[in-house]
Design a protein around this ligand. Sequence first.
Ligand code: ADP
Ligand code: ZN
Length: 735
Amino acid sequence: MSSSNPKQGLLLPETGARAQVLTPFPVGRAYDYRLPEGMTVESGDYVRVPLGKKETVGVVWGEGGDAALDPGKVKYILQKYDAQPMPAVHRKFIEWVARYTMSDVGTVLKMSLSVPEALQSLKTAQAYALPEKMPQKLSSHRKKVLDFLFDGVPQRAADIARAVGCSTTMIRAMADAGQLRAVAVSTPAPCAIRAVTENRLTFSPSQQQVADALRAQAAGKKYGVTLLDGVTGAGKTEVYFEAVAEALRQGRQVLILLPEISLSAQFLERFERRFGVPPAIWHSEVSPAQRRTAWAGVASDETKVVVGARSALFLPFSDLGLIIVDEEHDASYKQEEGVMYHARDMAVVRAHLGDIAAVLVSATPSLETMHNVHEGKYAYLHLAARHAGAKLPEMHAVNLKATPPGRGQFIAAPLQQALRETFAAQEQSLLFLNRRGYAPLRLCRTCGYRFQCPSCAAWLVEHRYHTKMQCHHCGYVQPVPDICPECGAEESLAACGPGVERIQEEVQALLPEARTLVLASDVVTSSKAVNDAVRQIENHRVDVIIGTQIVAKGHHFPSLTCVGVVDADLGLAGGDLRAGERTFQLLHQVAGRAGRGEKPGRVYIQTYMPEQSVMQALIANDRDMFLAAETQERERAGMPPFGRLAALILSSPDEMKLDLFCRKLAQAAPRYDDIRILGPAPAPLAILRGKHRRRFLVKAGRDIALQKFLSEWLSTVKLLSSVQLKIDIDPQSFF
Ligand code: ADP
Ligand code: ZN
């Protein structure tokens, strides 16, 4: 992959000297550039270089001097940015990820240079300070503003308004009246914590013990991974905040990774309550301006804590001292596009390279992580009880074979009864169904025609809220027709199966008085909308919530006492390696939403397979029994973590060429004892966005260097431009 080992503190002062610069493009290594007279650089410096006909930001990766290059062709570095160099450990990390995922190192660098504009000097913001001449006669409200600004430090309107409890309009009015002075200040780095506030809760003895252990980990300044295990509501977040506080006391930076949808306002408020300032946030919805300041703040070490989704791992932290991976089992940590990396696993790698502590947190740890605990690779901390003795909910299986729902309905009698009782008691219910829209399929009762996506091997999902039919794989939409496009029959198109919107309809019929709310990613489309919905639920303006996995995590609703899982079998279809584990984790988390307040909760799990081990474990609340059985099964089958997997996904618009190529590839495979190649087989989603898809699965013993094997194999065949190849190391999804 990359050719040179970055040397630290390298200086290249002489004229004519060259440096290797890595650019954020699909390149496998850094290239030579010439230093203009008077410029010195060291490894990690951000520079501007010409690339083809364009210019780009790049990073000095090492000393240049490729003798094979025609000296006349070596271009000059155009500019060196005034920024702290990218730390050596981060450059090593980029190379490590590239090697492991078999991606171009330049493509991985791109994830760390996602806001190159941050290297330009940062924009200034409007702020307000005391006027030259103190005004006479002010309302007491306005006087408070001046009192607040007494130390002479200019503040932004929003910050003044928050501190004083006035509106930003009033502040601007004061400036217009000469009672304040408007000044331009550079946008401050977010979360620039200088002193750690000691504003923590009074811990229970067991919480205290765990907090002490975590604090010691963070203070230890050496590599170590700890699993923090404990049921939802046990206080894991509060407790790991103490590790964060310790790292901050050491003056170091902290990264808290969360699945995107868990990044709730509730979480940010709790962080602010503990640390006095909000964290820097990093996820797909963050504005470009916020991205710039966060990136720059992280690189300059001013920003101390980042709370972010998986891509935050690639921010060029200047002095990272601790990584927390909350909800470590969450499937969204795997990036399925571009560089296919697993953020939890790469967080552990980053901790190792940086010789720092990592804490993995979950109420339902992944089997892999538990296995590492059992092998003694990870330390283990357990928070047993829910805080303040809040009880775990009562679990019921609803056997749909014994009590089937009525025709065209999906809620069986026991769950109907529970919904009625809960509503009568003025408490809230949550119905969980991990399927957006109204119905997953529409078919013609006359001719059997089914609506299919024109470019995927998938049915169109009917959405009534947006009145459209949509493909959930490529986003294709078409209107809902009145007549069958095949046979022309009228009023013959029937909805098959339920989505959340259809469940809402059923609840409205069952409890006409109840206020219902659908929480699904196509209905609440921004985090603001999610937060508004959360507020509505908190303020008990909703009686029954019907939601997809968006409701599974993070939120704490004191009046929510009844949870119904509409179709617990949904995730078990398809025979995915982790289907059982995922179903257990998801349903366990959903169940954990019930009875988190004073009142006890109850959970109804509707299933056609109550004897299935996942259902048994859920009802018995016996996670460890379930994990033990799954682990045994994986060991027997030689599946991860007892063996290793890699997937090759080949796709092409031309099916014949694709199959021909796959056959050639299969024939070219080198043979080894401990490596099996399964496939080529049509992928479960055999056509996606108009491309045919085939998969190979490579299964190897756990000590096999899979990447080496794959390079050897792939080097023997010539790729076709019409066939796209994706390599997925440690695949998590098998679609
Ligand atoms: P988890 O992360 O394990 O789900 P949280 O840290 O979110 O648990 O805690 C659940 C709730 O209990 C939160 O509202 C939290 O503020 C509260 N809580 C936890 N520990 C304490 C404590 N020692 N004193 C007061 N409230 C606590
Ligand atoms: Zn489609």
